[in-house]
Design a protein around this ligand. Structure first.
Ligand code: ZN
Length: 111
């Protein structure tokens, strides 16, 4: 309703662009992240699975690009051994832990 009220957009056009188109684009970018992280990159943790490490995906998807690590150690809350490096999601979870909103986060030992 914001486009309709503030710049007099037609209701149907506002619904299609801000509702449907936004949803379709968001879904496609979400699926692209997983497709790219399973297609391009290296596999340092488990070379027998498709999931790969991709720093470009990690940057654009806020940390989702450490996919080989994530699939090898799915219980690690950080999805990466590098902490906050290219991983805003881990930064956010750590911030929530600092506030007491996240706890018992599991991680992989250095060994
Ligand atoms: Zn995956």
């Amino acid at each position: 309703m914001i486009p309709v009220w503030f710049w007099r957009e037609r209701v149907w056009f506002a619904f299609l662009t801000n509702g449907i188109l936004r949803y379709v684009v968001t879904l496609h970018f979400t699926w692209l992240v997983n497709s790219a992280a399973h297609y391009w990159g290296n596999r340092p943790y488990n070379r027998f699975m498709n999931a790969r490490e991709n720093k470009h995906v990690a940057f654009w998807a806020l940390g989702e690009g450490f996919h080989n690590y994530h699939h090898t150690f799915p219980y690690d809350y950080s999805t990466s051994e590098y902490g906050w490096k290219l991983n805003i999601s881990t930064m956010f979870i750590d911030f929530m832990a600092m506030l007491g909103q996240a706890y018992d986060m599991k991680t992989v030992s250095a060994e």
